[in-house]
Design a protein around this ligand. Structure first.
Ligand code: ADP
Length: 226
């Protein structure tokens, strides 16, 4: 049987976290837990949390640690996650979130935090060109659009530019990344849980690098990821 995994994926906006997390979740057969996707679903459903979150998300601001950690904790408590593990995408994003997550996971250890590294100039180009399906979240770009008229190839949904992929919000998100999220790289490194992987080049090459880094660590630990 494929061993499960407990992974956190870090990286700047536009580093390809979402794409790599989907692939990792298929590879290790574990749920992909994405705070951004959960929040966007709440916005679409018009829940109380969604209504509260929308404006801040559109502006590229971070939501409160308590709201995020409450949402993540209840997802991590579900049976699929407890049985197989998770690929966590978009959380933690502050040191306070990482501390709460470590307490929540205790005594079970995280396998690893993977940092996908891409230079800022490159993520800026990727984000400005990114287009997404409003229904299923599939990613496109202005240089590789859907086959027919901004209609999603996967589900037929409308393909648009995310509100927070506009210039002002992008600048704000990257500023917050440097201030709040980049310190997590040292936080995980200090705990011996970090693997930094280059996120440049084709998505397949990045996936191979990430899986290799995970396997190397698994071998060192002398066992399965779970
Ligand atoms: P990105 O990483 O590209 O900014 P996400 O899709 O992960 O986008 O998240 C979208 C938005 O959701 C963030 O800009 C923020 O407003 C909110 N959000 C998601 N995860 C968190 C988190 N862990 N802490 C605070 N806010 C979050």
């Amino acid at each position: 049987m494929v061993p499960g995994a407990r992974l956190i994926v870090l990286g700047k906006q536009g580093a390809g976290k979402g794409t790599q997390c989907v692939r990792l979740s298929h590879h290790y057969v574990v749920p992909h837990v994405s705070t951004g996707d959960m929040l966007r679903a709440a916005v679409k459903q018009g829940t109380a949390m969604g209504l509260k979150a929308k404006d801040q998300m559109d502006r590229g601001e971070l939501l409160g640690d308590d709201l995020i950690m409450g949402m993540v904790a209840s997802r991590l408590d579900e049976s699929d996650v407890r049985a197989r593990g998770f690929v966590l995408d978009g959380c933690p994003r502050t040191v306070a979130q990482a501390e709460q997550l470590a307490v929540f996971l205790n005594p079970v250890e995280l396998d690893m935090a993977v940092d996908i590294e891409v230079p800022t100039a490159q993520v800026l180009r990727r984000l400005a060109a990114r287009r997404v399906c409003v229904d299923c979240g599939a990613n496109y770009s202005v240089s590789s659009p859907p086959l027919i008229n901004w209609t999603c190839d996967v589900c037929g949904g409308e393909v648009i530019q995310r509100e927070d992929d506009r210039e002002e919000a992008i600048t704000r998100r990257l500023e917050l990344y440097e201030r709040q999220t980049a310190p997590l790289i040292d936080w995980y490194r200090a705990r011996g849980q970090l693997a930094a992987v280059s996120g440049t080049g084709a998505p397949d090459s990045v996936t191979r690098r990430v899986i290799k880094a995970i396997e190397v660590r698994r071998d060192r630990k002398g066992g399965r990821l779970t």
